[in-house]
Design a protein around this ligand. Sequence first.
Ligand code: PEP
Ligand code: MN
Length: 350
Amino acid sequence: MLVVMKAQATPEEVRAVCEYIEKLGFRAHPLPGAQRTAIGITGNQGEVERGNLEELSGVAEVIRVSKPYKLASRDVKEEDTIIRFAGTDAAIGGRDLAVIAGPCSIENRDQAFAIAEQVAAAGAQFFRGGAFKPRTSPYAFQGMGLEALRIMAEIRDRFGLRIVTEALDSETLELVAEWADVIQIGARNMQNFSLLKKAGKLRKPVLLKRGLSATLEEFLMAAEYVMSEGNYQVILCERGVRTFNDHARNTLDLSVVPAVQRVSHLPILVDPSHGTGRRDSVLPMARAAVACGADGIIVEVHNQPEKALSDGPQSIYPDQFARMMDEIAQIAPVIGRTLPRGIHVSAIAE
Ligand code: PEP
Ligand code: MN
């Protein structure tokens, strides 16, 4: 159920409606839009008794949201969600494309700094690096943990880049939230519902990667888990799904980008690295991702990919990353987007 407030409704009227909903035993989610505020109602098993909702001051109408995902749906919020990063000009969603670049894993301080310096010089605004790694083999490199988080915090201080890193489980979620600007939830955890709920209690953006065989509805329901707990800052990410193909690690499903945008206001990024698993496919698919309307790219970059402790074969070299930036900068204006080059950090906020 969704309560649409009148365009001229006051903040007090919005508050009074939220209190009324909570008194009925439901949860109210006020979502301000450009024209008017909508209040999503969750926590109900069946239909919410409309009762006097329609009569409350400032209410324009009460409508049923027919989709299983509510807060993630465009029915609830028409305008695209834009996630901003305090004290910087970086944003995910909206007109500007967001580029997140860095190694699959943080391996040591020198490696991380060398890559960060080069992706910053090429104009990335976000740095990625795994501290806690979901690996198929328990014998493979599992990540440097807290030490990697510390290195990335230093990278943020030195280059201004905002930090994206994965929280692998409930045990490390708070630690990651403390150090990172964006908490990644990986493909394998897309339906880890207790982790999603815990991430929903935080007030940090969550980058949610699509599960290996998740349908659009399952993907959006995973986002809904985070949002239902009050964290509306969810960024979706297409990273390839499992198919019969054997020419690539996964099949990068770019068709999900317009499909998401049709039904959801959440930003969606594309990961051409995990999506293909092959260095020679990363640039073409990054170009295609921008052309099809993705809100940005998350890409693995390594200065010595042949020595990488994880995902070397799909990691591009820094000079390839610089070329990717030049190419997508040219594609962006064709579809009314822009590629910001570099991040500006205001000294005061820092
Ligand atoms: C990653 O980003 O390094 C990663 C493990 O991604 P995914 O969850 O998409 O496999
Ligand atoms: Mn990886």
